[in-house]
Design a protein around this ligand. Structure first.
Ligand code: AQP
Length: 344
């Protein structure tokens, strides 16, 4: 193997991302991912999938999986993804993801995967009881992205490390097989106050589908009463809001609520803080309730409307899968040739 020169990828810009059908979507998924998908579809060719291959890295009831896939699709549509613009599909309907993942399993190094903090967080103390799939999850993620030669990946802050791994795999493939610039080194699109929304019960833990407390998160399907109750009960402190973000350094719950307000209104946390500085949570929380209900209420209503028509969702997913397979197929064929596989 000889060292290949660093050559930049010259293909078109493309967006790829997805969400796992592993439970009710929450405000973190919405602000960290869905809102960005909707924005980017107008800027670049966009592929958004429902990550059902990823979902089964942890047990999913087969009787529920299909409806969970439809629910995520309904959330995409309700957030403004337009199937006439973006390609929306179930990951399992495009086998090229899994085929490329196998090749990437042979490119990625064990030491790289050993460093992945999300596996450590999810596996906890008993990693020997977890599936092999959960361990190699970031390799499949690299295949999801690179099978479309995607250049931009809108995700929350928690996915930044996986994106770095995707870049490492792309660079090593390009180098080892002497195809400089073949795969792009994709960029994570993470910016903004919605990149890391924390639990409403604990400002040091990420808002998450798998948190046992429903009060830790605002679900996209929560009605106005539930949203109001969860924000009212959100953990805070007795201090008034300060003037600068630096003064919120040791007040993670307060910082989180300011960040949520900012992300919902499309402003910076500093701007929101300057509006509310000197006020207590008794004044701030009702304003946050009004804003959250105004922003999320229509999304929940639209989701319920889409979910009432599963046949239409299935039609959208089938059409998206066909488009995605057509884009993925030539890349997989090329990669097989690059690796040196037999072809008829
Ligand atoms: N709290 C969050 N703040 C901002 N973005 C977030 N994302 C997740 N949580 C937050 C982003 O949502 C996208 C989809 O996530 P996923 O379905 O692949 O799974 P996840 O990251 O594992 O999400 P959860 O909700 O936390 O699920 P569990 O509890 O199963 O781990 C990703 O872009 C993610 O960054």
């Amino acid at each position: 193997m000889t060292a290949s020169p660093t050559v930049a990828f010259t293909g078109p810009t493309r967006v790829l991302s997805g969400v796992q059908p592993t439970g009710a979507l929450h405000l973190g998924n919405y602000l960290g991912a869905l809102v960005k998908f909707t924005r980017l579809q107008h800027e670049m060719e966009t592929f958004i999938f429902v990550a059902d291959l990823h979902a089964i890295t942890q047990w999913q009831d087969p009787k529920l999986l299909k409806s969970q896939v439809r629910e995520i699709t309904a959330a995409y549509l309700a957030s403004g993804l337009d199937p006439a613009i973006a390609t929306i599909f179930p990951q399992s309907a495009v086998p090229a993801h899994a085929e490329l993942a196998w090749i990437f399993n042979c490119v990625a190094r064990l030491g790289w995967l050993d460093r992945m903090t999300q596996f450590k967080d999810k596996a906890g103390k008993h990693k020997e009881r977890e599936s092999v799939g959960l361990y190699t999850y970031p390799v499949l993620q690299a295949a999801d992205i690179l099978i479309y030669k995607a250049t931009h990946v809108p995700v929350g802050e928690d996915q930044r490390q996986h994106l770095e791994l995707t870049r490492d795999i792309a660079a090593k493939f390009n180098h080892d097989f002497e195809v400089p610039g073949y795969f792009p080194l994709p960029e994570a699109v993470v910016e903004g106050p919605g990149a890391r929304i924390m639990s409403l019960r604990d400002g040091s833990a990420k808002m998450s589908k798998s948190d046992p407390s429903d009060y830790s998160r605002i679900n996209l399907t929560d009605d106005a009463d539930a949203i109001a109750q969860k924000i009212r009960k959100a953990r805070t402190d007795a201090e008034p809001l300060p003037e600068t973000l630096a003064e919120l350094k040791d007040r993670p719950e307060a910082l989180n609520l300011i960040g949520i307000y900012a992300a919902l209104e499309g402003r910076t946390s500093a701007e929101v803080l300057s509006e509310f500085s000197g006020q207590g949570f008794g004044a701030f929380k009702p304003k946050l309730v009004d804003l959250a209900v105004a922003r999320l209420g229509p999304v929940g209503d639209a989701m319920r409307k889409f979910m009432a028509d599963p046949a239409e969702i299935d039609r959208i997913l089938a059409a998206g899968a066909e488009r995605a397979r057509a884009v993925a197929a030539p890349t997989l064929a090329e990669v097989k040739g690059i690796v040196g596989y037999w072809a008829s």
